[in-house]
Design a binder for this molecule. Structure first.
Ligand code: ASP
Ligand code: MG
Length: 440
């Protein structure tokens, strides 16, 4: 008998019919002899709609109230799901994040889980019942206030509960068949990835892949929770995320095995490239005409950091010999643009730069793969593919297993398709299925 944590995303529970369909799946898992804990997201685009509503009544809603509002979305779906499961003759009970023992820090809107004390969930399992937990929320111990974990946070709830309950697997059910080599909404020929390591998945999620929330992957890696990303609309096996990309079907060779005895399939090196991720949510600030003397970059980025803004890529040009001036560009989340621009404007007199430019029409493409560490020519091939597609590169940054480039936002989709093809990631046949969801 296994303990399974299943998480269902908003598009899997978007209306009464889908809730009944998901309830059936859960009842089947329970009847098959498993202990089942379910984490559920808000129905469809509920969270976005609640945010829209809040903005209609106040330009700057208090964050505490915002969190109470948003947690309502998950409470609707959790109770409806518990009703639907009970109706199938399987006992189920729903719990808010607070009731489930998800303790967070006090940062409204992006709280971090500091502890998981799932007493009531354990009790429920022991009674042979299915526990349904509202995703993406918790409670701050100091004030007893309700918090949310940030967009997409139900994935993190699921993995945290799986770790806290020592579950055998955390299944993330979504509207596609797993993690793909690119977003199937942009690249229909994208291929499903069978296995991927936490490291690669972290880079994909950090680079904009929305299929799993970044913090869920971080959490999974820290506690070694095996994650299985799959569709709630099909019975297909999805993508396994784990430390070594081995699975039960394809296990790691036992230590001491001679390499000649390892089946060829398993002995093959991991593919060089796992996939292409993209991100439209960033903007770029350029500080024009910065005096090229020691300390200016330090001042600029001290001030940006002081305004609470997390930056991504940085590019500094060689200074023009004649003027001794240079330009510094960096990318940041679009929403942090106003704060960073205001902070930098206040610095203009002190540092003596010419002007500031803000550009929110950028897109970022990232190529991720553990194999690129040991393979020359990956960057050259990437840049060549963009050249052939007539796409200009504005910024470049790399890590050991990732290369990212910034392009114009309106050429990003073409860039993703061109790079996906250049690295021979396209499926031999068939199109990736997107079962539901508005992609919002
Ligand atoms: N409902 C929240 C959101 O849309 C949390 C989640 O779906 O994971 O971001
Ligand atoms: Mg969602």
């Amino acid at each position: 008998m296994a303990l399974v944590v299943q998480k269902y995303g908003g598009s899997s529970v978007s209306d009464a019919e889908s809730i009944k369909r998901v309830a059936k799946r859960i009842a089947e898992a329970k009847r098959a002899g498993n202990d089942v804990v379910v984490v559920v997201s808000a129905m469809g685009d509920t969270t976005d709609e609640l945010i829209d509503l809040a903005q209609q009544v106040s330009p700057l809603p208090p964050q505490r109230e915002m969190d109470i509002l948003l947690t309502a979305g998950e409470r609707i779906s959790m109770s409806l799901l518990a009703m639907a499961i009970t109706n199938l003759g399987v006992r189920a009970k729903s719990f808010t994040g607070q009731q489930a023992g998800l303790i967070t820090d006090a940062v409204h809107g992006k709280a971090r889980i500091v502890d998981v004390v799932p007493h009531r969930i354990r009790e429920t399992i022991e009674k042979g019942q299915v526990a349904i937990v509202a995703g993406f929320q918790g409670v701050t111990e100091s004030t007893n206030d309700v918090t949310t974990l940030g967009r997409g946070g139900s994935d993190t709830t699921a993995v945290a509960l799986a770790a806290g309950l020592d579950a055998d697997v955390c299944e993330i059910y979504t509207d596609v068949d797993g993690v793909f080599t690119a977003d199937p909404r942009i690249v229909p020929s994208a291929r499903k990835i069978d296995r991927i390591t936490y490291e690669e998945m972290l880079e994909m999620a950090a680079s904009g892949a929305k299929v799993l929330a970044l913090r869920c992957v971080e959490y999974g890696r820290r506690y070694g929770v095996p994650i299985h990303v799959r569709s709630s609309f099909s019975g297909k096996e999805g993508t396994f995320v784990s430390a070594d990309a081995y699975t039960a079907q394809d296990p790691a060779p036992t230590p001491g095995t001679r390499s000649a005895d390892i089946p060829e399939e398993t002995a093959m090196e991991a593919p060089i490239i796992s996939g292409v991720a993209h991100d439209r949510s960033e903007a770029k600030i350029t500080v024009v005409g910065v005096p090229d003397v020691p300390g200016t970059a330090a001042r600029i980025f001290e001030v940006v950091a002081g305004s609470g803004v997390n930056i991504d890529m940085i590019v500094q040009n060689v200074s023009a010999a004649r003027t001794g001036l240079t330009d510094i560009s960096f990318s940041l989340p679009e929403g942090d643009g106003p704060a960073a621009m205001a902070a930098l404007s206040a610095l203009q007199a002190e540092v003596g730069f010419d002007s500031l430019q803000f550009d929110d029409q950028i897109g970022k493409l990232s190529l991720v793969g553990a194999g690129m560490k040991s393979h020359p020519g990956v960057s050259a091939k990437l840049f060549g593919a963009l050249r052939d597609a007539g796409i200009n590169i504005e910024m470049i940054s790399t890590s050991e297993i990732r290369i990212s480039v910034v392009t114009r936002e309106d050429s990003l989709d073409d860039a993703v398709r061109a790079v996906h093809t250049a690295f021979e990631l396209d499926a031999a046949e068939g199109e990736a299925v997107v079962y539901a969801g508005t992609g919002r």
